[in-house]
Write a protein that binds this ligand. Structure first.
Ligand code: NDP
Length: 286
């Protein structure tokens, strides 16, 4: 079997065009473009790279972008004050708190200080709760991107068994909620799951969000399974692989996301979509 390649780069391009157009319509109606701010505590090179990529994404669709950089030694009160200030600023529609934070800072405390309506990463407990209840919400970008890929290729989920490997608040748990909302039967696996291979073999859809190169192999998959690989693992200088062993899995799966070029490129587009959504909701309330 040769698996259908779920092309994230292609989808990202389509989404970029749609978001640009909707952003321009929003600006024509309101007189301002959606505006995103990243609050970053200095000292993490990988996070610098990510911030640059968010800036490029915003500029690419005509959204405003601002970076608020706090010193590496900043304390919790200073961080939360910056978050609250952005939360109260009517000219800002989306806020990202760039993770990871230095060890003296609490990520939970920082997220709790956010206005949930500007929480374009979908991390605030209010948004996690709304997602679990099936209410309108800003959904975390990475799992939203995975769902957008499934939709793009019209992959039906109703009645299918979806196995999600990973239970983080950023990827695994919200993805499980999104799959459940589409009527999949969902199993969530994690580091304590017994007989992981046996559980994965039950999946009509297998989603891996672990951070371990090649953890899911073709031998573990049910023939014809659809595979979403969220893993980003740098195995050598400049060489990134997913959590799924491409070589073996692509021979067994019916459809699979490559790494790179699968779920990754769609993630930033979901961030832009959330920023536009937040701006629209805030404009309706103004
Ligand atoms: P976390 O480290 O927060 O979570 C990893 C999850 O994997 C945990 O639930 C952990 O279980 C589980 N796990 C660890 N080892 C095993 C194992 N041997 N068997 C089964 N489960 C295991 O990671 P994230 O969710 O933040 O990220 C996951 C991956 O996705 C990473 O590679 C990250 O780089 C990537 N990522 C990709 C994005 C994209 O745009 N495509 C965006 C965000 C992340 P437990 O809870 O028991 O510890």
């Amino acid at each position: 079997m040769t698996a259908l390649l779920l092309d994230g780069r292609g989808l990202a391009k389509e989404l970029k065009a749609q978001i640009s157009q909707k952003g321009a319509e929003f600006k024509a109606r309101t007189g301002y473009a959606p505006q995103l701010v990243v609050i970053q505590v200095a000292g993490n090179a990988a996070s610098d790279w990510y911030v640059r990529s968010i800036r490029r994404s915003c500029e690419g669709v005509g959204f405003g972008f601002a970076l608020q950089r706090l010193p590496e030694t900043c304390d919790q009160a200073t961080l939360e004050a910056a978050i609250q200030q952005a939360s109260n600023d009517p000219s800002i529609h989306g806020i990202i708190i760039q993770m990871p934070l230095p060890s003296q800072l609490s990520a939970d405390g920082a997220v709790a200080a956010l206005n949930p309506q500007k929480d374009v990463d979908g991390l605030h407990p209010t948004n996690a709760g709304r997602l679990a209840q099936g209410l309108a919400v800003l959904v975390p970008n990475t799992p939203a991107g995975g769902m957008a890929l499934l939709d793009r290729y019209q992959i039906n989920l109703a009645g299918k068994h979806a196995v999600v490997v990973g239970r983080s608040n950023v990827v695994g748990k919200p993805l499980a909620q999104l799959l459940l909302a589409r009527h999949a039967t969902v199993t969530i696996c994690h580091s304590r799951t017994a007989n992981l291979a046996e559980v994965i073999r039950q999946g009509d859809l297998v989603a891996a969000a672990v951070g371990k190169a090649g953890l899911v192999t073709g031998e573990m998959l049910k023939p014809g399974a659809v595979v979403l690989d969220f893993g980003i693992n740098e195995v050598a200088e400049g060489q990134v692989v997913g959590d799924v062993d491409w070589e073996s899995a692509s021979k067994v799966a019916s459809a699979i996301t490559p790494v790179p070029g699968g779920t990754g490129p769609v993630t930033n587009m979901m961030l832009l979509q959330n920023t536009l959504q937040a701006a629209q909701w805030l404009a309706e309330q103004a």
